[in-house]
Ligand binder design. Structure first.
Ligand SMILES: [Zn+2]
Ligand SMILES: [Zn+2]
Length: 283
């Protein structure tokens, strides 16, 4: 072997080794990111070493929720799904997943799930802050319409609080904002917002998103309506077209409440009825 040829072979060998180690690092990053995602959204228990079987079970449950082919493989489609913009709330209560999850216990999609409720029919809200580029008038209109979406199909009524003692408070935050590391916002994309179940009455939105009320950017109305659903006591729905499904969708004609959302809110607060509505203000 000539000297030149030997150098060329050593170089190509080094290139192959470095490519392999890059691929390994990429795969390892994907695995660590996937584990963090599965913990954040309630598919895996926090701070544990997971066996391959446990990880595959968690991936299967996630694939089932995300309407992907269920095989337990951390394939490209599954990893891609984990990077799509979504609500920052868990998909289901952790204990339920850890005891098998719906993929194992029942292949039928469970209808709406509810967490807790308010024990009054009229709720007030307050908008604590908002991005500088949104007009106050437009934002107030969007928030009112988002609450009204739920009020139209249930016995609930809503009004903006005059003072600062509202039942439900809406606010925009950057990054970590004093409600736990799990809730820290992650910049554009990923988790867009989260909320708290009754009766904490708070919904938080990631200030790093470019929110929009006119179709250019992240549609705030859709996310407002979804997070308000959580503040009223609804958990995520496994129906793809439900407003309470965890993944962000652009505003489209299907973006009215789905039957699953309507059944859920009516199960908690009853149907809309005019006498009830008068009573919520006057009785
Ligand atoms: Zn949500
Ligand atoms: Zn928060």
């Amino acid at each position: 072997m000539t000297h030149r040829r030997m150098i060329a072979e050593i170089c190509s060998l080094l290139l192959i080794i470095s490519l392999c180690s890059c691929m390994d690092l990429g795969a390892e990053d994907d695995l660590q990111n996937a584990k963090a995602f599965l913990v954040k959204y309630g598919y895996l228990e926090d701070e544990k070493d997971y066996s391959k079987t446990q990880l595959a079970a968690a991936v299967r449950n996630f694939q089932w929720t995300a309407h992907l082919p269920v095989n337990g493989d951390l394939n490209d489609a599954t990893v891609l799904q984990m990077h799509l913009p979504r609500c920052g709330m868990k998909d289901v209560s952790q204990t339920k997943w850890l005891h098998g999850g719906p993929f194992y216990t029942n292949h039928r999609r469970k209808r709406y799930t509810m967490k807790s409720k308010w024990y009054k029919r009229h709720l007030t809200y307050q908008i604590l802050n908002w991005p500088w580029y949104l007009s106050s008038r437009q934002l107030r209109h969007a928030v009112k319409a988002a609450f009204q979406l739920w009020g139209n199909v249930s016995s609930l009524t809503f009004s903006e609080a005059a003072g600062d003692s509202a039942d439900i408070r809406l606010a925009f935050f950057d990054g970590e904002h004093n409600d736990g590391a799990r809730h820290a916002f992650d910049g554009p994309g990923g988790a867009l917002a989260h909320a708290f179940f009754p009766r904490r009455g708070e919904a938080h939105f990631d200030n790093a998103e470019h929110w929009s009320l006119n179709g250019k950017g992240r549609n705030l109305f859709v996310v407002l309506a979804h997070e308000i659903g959580h503040t009223l006591g609804l958990q995520h729905s496994s129906f793809k077209n439900a407003l309470m499904s965890p993944y962000y969708k652009k505003l489209g004609k299907e973006y009215v409440l789905n039957f699953d959302d309507i059944l859920a809110i009516q199960m908690l607060y009853g149907k809309f009825s005019e006498p009830d509505r008068l009573c919520s203000y006057m009785c």
